[in-house]
Design a protein around this ligand. Structure first.
Ligand SMILES: C[S@@+](CC[C@H](N)C(=O)[O-])C[C@H]1O[C@@H](n2cnc3c(N)ncnc32)[C@H](O)[C@@H]1O
Length: 189
């Protein structure tokens, strides 16, 4: 279905009502638009997002991809931030409220799990078409997120990792890359 001028005005109105303190996502939009094209508007689509923060990526997915009949996104976050976010001096106590306010236009398409991903993932049932891993940056946590969500992914589904090149901590075990590489070595082929 093609987008009308009225659709674009409504989208703009929704966007201006949202509040984000950070933008770690917009840079991904061109590649996500190409990569996720096949999922756009798909009925019954299921997405799992690990690490939602204030919902910037969630809102983009809801606005652009999770648009089909019965499509849904499951979001996991501690809503407590992480050690590498301390320098940002954010008020983490507001994160969940900001997230809820931002996703409000699509609330019926979202299930929120507040907790550590390693614990939440053990209780989830798939299958998901897309798993987006963007929670803890620590390599063992990223590896655990990948290992625990892999069985929840549909055959032919997509698993996306964020922050492969993130290097704000000089210790490799505190960066996602080591966890992602370790997982890919185990799942070779
Ligand atoms: C980089 S932010 C996510 C950004 C979001 N995807 C976006 O594009 O705006 C990482 C999030 O992961 C959450 N987080 C960190 N460690 C976690 C863990 N072990 N389990 C669940 N969430 C975690 C933090 O609270 C934070 O909100």
């Amino acid at each position: 279905m093609s987008e009308t001028a009225a659709d674009r005005v409504r989208a703009l109105e929704r966007f201006t009502a949202m509040h984000f303190s950070q933008d770690w996502f917009s840079q991904h939009i061109p590649i996500w638009t190409r990569l996720l094209h096949e999922f756009k508007g798909k009925a019954g689509l299921r997405i799992l997002e690990i690490g939602t923060f204030e919902g910037r990526s969630t809102c983009w997915l809801l606005e652009n991809i999770v648009t089909g009949e019965g499509a849904h996104i499951d979001c996991i976050d501690t809503f407590e931030g992480a050690e590498d976010m301390v320098a940002l001096k954010l008020d983490m106590s507001k994160m969940r409220d900001v997230f809820e306010s931002n996703i409000a236009p699509w609330r019926d398409r979202v299930t929120v799990y507040a907790g550590e991903s390693a614990a939440v993932l053990r209780g989830l049932s798939g299958p998901f078409d897309l798993v987006y891993v963007d929670g803890s940056h620590r390599a063992p946590d990223v590896l655990a997120d990948a290992v625990l969500s892999w069985p929840l992914l549909k055959v032919g589904g997509i698993m996306l990792f964020d922050d492969y090149l993130w290097q704000q901590d000089p210790r490799p075990e505190h960066c996602p890359r080591l966890g992602i590489d370790s997982f890919l070595r185990c799942q070779k082929g």
